[in-house]
Design a binder for this molecule. Sequence first.
Ligand code: 5GP
Ligand code: ZN
Length: 137
Amino acid sequence: MSDCIFCKIAQGEIKSYVVKESSNFIAVLDIHPHTPGHTLVIPKEHFVNLKELKLELAEEFIKIIQEVMVLLGKVFMTTDFTLGINEGPLAGQAVSHLHFHIMPRFKNDHGGSIHSIVYNPPQESLEEIYQKIKNES
Ligand code: 5GP
Ligand code: ZN
């Protein structure tokens, strides 16, 4: 897509710090890092979100994520990471081109877990929710 910043990064039209690259993905340092080494893994082809990603790219996607984790783990001497995708604007997705955040975590870094992102517990019981899901699947 012509006006997509991550397409431009993938095509080398916008300068970025490339941590790793594979045939179909590029891993770059986030421009506003939330942790030392905060990296984004971006498919070179424009997919808006994970739901759109071609399944044949899934293994390569996981592989480069693992490789970046190994690399950052060595550089920053950590084994722990927060990993994830803000899938859609309500979840905080600001750039409409799929990207996977890799954030190295450290002792006393004052961060939380995924549970700290949102607390919006359901009014319905787990049984009611489960039945809705079962009726749909
Ligand atoms: P989102 O909220 O969509 O999951 O995250 C978008 C991320 O892209 C943010 O963490 C933001 O700092 C990063 N970002 C936005 N523009 C650029 C850019 O031009 N270059 C790089 N390297 N990262 C960017
Ligand atoms: Zn794009």
